[in-house]
Design a protein around this ligand. Sequence first.
Ligand SMILES: Nc1ncnc2c1ncn2[C@@H]1O[C@H](COP(=O)(O)OP(=O)(O)OP(=O)(O)O)[C@@H](O)[C@H]1O
Length: 711
Amino acid sequence: MRAIKAKSKFRIVYRAAGCGCPAKESMSHRFRLRCTSQTGVGLDLLTFQDKTVKCWAPVILEACAGVRKFSLLAAATKKNPILLRSSARTERVSHARHRTSHPAKRADKKKVKDKTVEDEIPTPSLKNLKKGDIRRFFGQAYQQRWPIGGAVGLLLISSTVTMAIPFSVGKVIDLVSKAGEGTKETLRNIAAILVVVFLIGAAANFGRVYLFQTTSARLIADLRNKLYTSLMVKDMTYYDNQKTGELVNRLSNDVWTVGDALTQNISDGLRSLLSSVTGIGMMFYVSADLAMVGLVTVPPIAALGIVYGRFLKKITEKILDAWADSTQVATERLGNMRTVHAFNQHQKEIDLYDKSILQMLGLQYKEANAKAAFFGMAGLTGNMVVLSVLYYGGILMSRGDVTVGDLSAFLLYAGYVGVSIAGLSSFYSEMMRGIGASTKIWEIMDRPPRILLESGVIPSTPLRAALKFQNVDFNYGSRKEVPVLQELTLDIPEGSFTAFVGPSGSGKSTIISLLLRLYDPDKGSVYLDGVDVKTLSPKWLRSNIGYVPQDVHLFSCSVYDNIVYGGSGDISMEQVVDACKKANAYDFIMAMPQQFETVVGERGLLLSGGQRQRISIARALVKNPKILLLDEATSSLDSESESLVQSALKELMKGRTVVSVAHRLSTIRNADQICVLDQGRIVERGTYSDLLTDEEGAFKKLIQRQMLSIT
Ligand SMILES: Nc1ncnc2c1ncn2[C@@H]1O[C@H](COP(=O)(O)OP(=O)(O)OP(=O)(O)O)[C@@H](O)[C@H]1O
């Protein structure tokens, strides 16, 4: 395994040494790659699996341009999972060579690349990742090894101090029981020494707690950052299958559980371990006979602890899932209170939340049962130990084999050991909880984005913005059985205005999504200036597109911040004002109490639908984009605003390629071409007047239907 530094493309060279397969045999291989992003924060694991490649052949994998470090963790055949690992190495592929290679080879490489991006990559299952999960879980703590090491050192000091107490107490008791000349003086000296030792112990404890707490906070912050970064770069297909509340729960509760398990829990566990080992040693030192009696109970308690820990890990995963479900219910409902009120569904929502809470409660009852049984058993065993030690100790004392001081010290050590062993089992169970929570986090992090934001090239030639769909078939991954676009072929010349109309669900917004490269076609391609958008940098592509979505969701910040959101960071106030005037938003913004500083509320709910839409248009325009995608851009405007925005848009369309989805057919009179979609196919295409000439045409019927609905 070797880490390398590079910018974008990598060749994985591996040898199937010793596998005995002929050089040309095709095999199915699984690659696991660890990537560190350019910023150094996003540590992600990408899994490219089931690539059919030839033995000995290099495999080209397209990594994000932002990926800085790239190390091959495993390359394995399905049959032999470890064979290739030791001889796998990564090499950077020179860009020049990649670009000038033979077209056929290029096609091959492209195929590999496409597969990398397109393949359905299953979430790693808990069963087969157990060992890896545990290693990875502790790997998080390894990153903080220095403060944790310091804290462990201090822990050693404080534990030594604690474990010296019973021995000193025993000696003091013996001294007092044999009181005579000089006892007072000796006692004073011992007390003075003990005060100093206790002060050292207190200082060590302070340092230990401080270091563990701050490390925990750092770990949690780091993990949260990585998880959020990984979520931010996921493609839309991923989000189509996710629940927001669940993801929020992973970001908050699960990350917290992992951070806590790795620091506070390690601290408590190590303290318990040290106390147990030292305590048992001291018990043998004080009286080996008594120690043998006391320790008979350790193996059954340890076995019980292991069974309990395993159960706890399983139940924790279920509880975390149930927790995520209830958070999801609450997040969605609280974000849609308007609908809940309007439809009088308060009780139904209360019941739904109650149901999810009850489900979680049921699991927590199971957990409580197991916990209670375990700690009850552990407590009983501990008490039985004390009783037997007292009984046997009494006999030994009556024989003069141990002193009263020895017995007292022994009992104190036995108490410490009992508490520590209980602590160890709770350490184990908390660790299992942490591992359970961490597997949920890895599940998210390990799912690679299908569209890599940092991949692709930025063309060196000036952008003309000519678009083209070539034989595009598309369906959403979440509903594979429903074909959304079929055999779509269309030229959108540079600087032209193309409008899509058609019945609801015919695929109009999906076309906009493909142009933004939120999804990739299943078949066929989308071209920009003759280049397949799959080979272009998605970031660059989107930076040249102004987009007005169908459902405008603003962020809960000021009007100004919402407008400059899409810009590159160097947008002047003049540009903002200009964009607002063009979008007919300036007057209402200036009429608000805090004007551009007015906070628009969550999802912009403090504004009207039309106001939100005009801000959204201003947000798209402020970028001065070459391509303008308008998805029902004027649907929420009243007729007066609409005509104002329409005239502004007409002006703005000059020199840009505009693709517009329109329900109000009057808004697309000036379009260079209108495409009528039906069930994902273009059934008619032409200018407004062309299409109207066909009395039986789909467009004519749409117009007639719209006229009827108006009258
Ligand atoms: N994220 C998604 N996941 C699964 N299916 C989707 C998704 N988005 C849209 N669809 C489905 O794809 C089809 C086309 O949807 P699309 O939004 O493109 O239609 P549209 O013509 O824009 O409709 P409307 O005019 O109502 O906005 C519909 O059947 C829709 O249910």
